[in-house]
Write a protein that binds this ligand. Structure first.
Ligand SMILES: Cc1cc2nc3c(=O)[nH]c(=O)nc-3n(C[C@H](O)[C@H](O)[C@H](O)COP(=O)(O)OP(=O)(O)OC[C@H]3O[C@@H](n4cnc5c(N)ncnc54)[C@H](O)[C@@H]3O)c2cc1C
Length: 289
């Protein structure tokens, strides 16, 4: 079991790792492809570079720095998060691997965007959910849909299948992106609307098809920081994880940093958040030991 697991190898996650590693703790960083930094063509407002630097190059430097200090990198998509029996955290990856850690930092960047489908935002909390682990129980013997595709949608469907009367995957024009169990009905048409007056009653698909469902679980793309936080009971406001001044959430040992905690979405702020969390973790782990 690693002392610290960090989900995200952007400036927030890497900055946290630098302080954790230099504090003498073991650290595993999980990353799943390009974050916001790697998408930035040129950065010229970050300290220390006389000439603009590409986001990809800055990200590469950061990862190399953490690797030199002993960080273990794992490439994979985190799709589930549960408390571990030993009092830490257990992270499930899309390939089925499970990593355990004494403490956890969520630094997976700004939350993914939900598709703009009429009714989706309006019915959030009234049949539209972003967390199957949290809400599957409310849909016992009811018909539900998972809006999404790929490993994360498959994970959400797996939580719903034992409870719900039926699970329909709505890919909204995308491919399924994973092998779903046979009892998940797959519909690939565009979703035109989530229907319901006060509570979800169905979804309207392109071509005039209406699918009656009582709940729609959104798992569009990969799990964002807020999705993972919700799974373990951390307080989330909208898509922002709520932390105190030390970067701590309401769950002991769970911290968050960078774009996922809101504020100014810039590299310098993400690095600062990472530093705060890295130092807080050192204090937390020393007290715990
Ligand atoms: C186009 C663009 C231009 C920008 N230009 C500037 C600029 O000029 N100056 C500036 O200061 N800021 C700029 N920004 C903002 C800056 O890039 C972000 O504020 C910063 O990168 C946030 O850092 P982060 O560590 O929170 O997240 P990110 O950099 O987004 O890193 C997120 C990490 O989480 C990982 N991840 C996500 N989901 C999962 C999962 N489910 N499992 C495992 N890993 C996961 C990703 O692989 C990635 O490693 C720009 C952003 C964009 C998109």
């Amino acid at each position: 079991m690693t002392d610290v697991c960090i989900v995200g190898a952007g400036p927030a996650g890497i900055s946290a790792a630098l302080y954790v590693l230099r504090g003498g703790f073991s650290c595993t960083i999980i990353e799943n492809g390009a974050g916001a930094l790697e998408k930035a063509a040129l950065i010229e407002n970050y300290y220390g570079f006389a000439e603009p630097i590409t986001g990809a190059k800055l990200a590469h430097h950061g990862k190399a720095q953490a690797a030199r200090l002993g960080a273990q990198f794992v490439r994979g998509e985190v799709v589930s998060l549960l408390p571990d029996e030993a009092g830490g955290f257990a992270l499930g990856l899309a390939d089925g691997a499970v990593l355990t850690a004494r403490t956890l930092v969520l630094a997976a960047g700004s939350p993914r965007k939900s598709p703009k489908i009429p009714g989706l935002a309006e019915l959030e909390g009234h049949g539209v959910s972003y967390c199957a682990v949290c809400d599957a129980f409310f849909y016992r013997k009811k018909a539900v849909a998972v809006l999404g595709f790929g490993a994360y949608a498959k994970e959400e469907a797996a939580h719903l299948l034992p409870m719900a009367a039926s699970v329909t995957l709505l890919t909204n024009g995308e491919g399924a992106g994973a092998d779903f169990p046979e009892n998940v009905q797959i519909r690939t048409q565009t979703v035109e609307a989530v229907l319901g007056d006060g509570h979800v009653t169905g979804v309207q698909l392109a071509g005039g098809v209406t699918v009656p469902v009582d709940g729609v679980f959104v798992a569009y793309g990969s799990a964002g920081s807020a999705d993972l936080a919700r799974k373990i009971g951390a307080v989330v406001e909208g898509n922002t994880i709520v932390t105190d001044a030390l970067g701590a959430t309401n769950i002991p040992g769970l911290y968050a940093a960078g774009d996922c905690v809101g504020g100014t979405l810039q590299v310098a702020k993400a690095v600062c958040d990472g530093m705060t969390v890295g130092l807080s973790l050192g204090r937390f782990l020393r007290k715990e030991a």
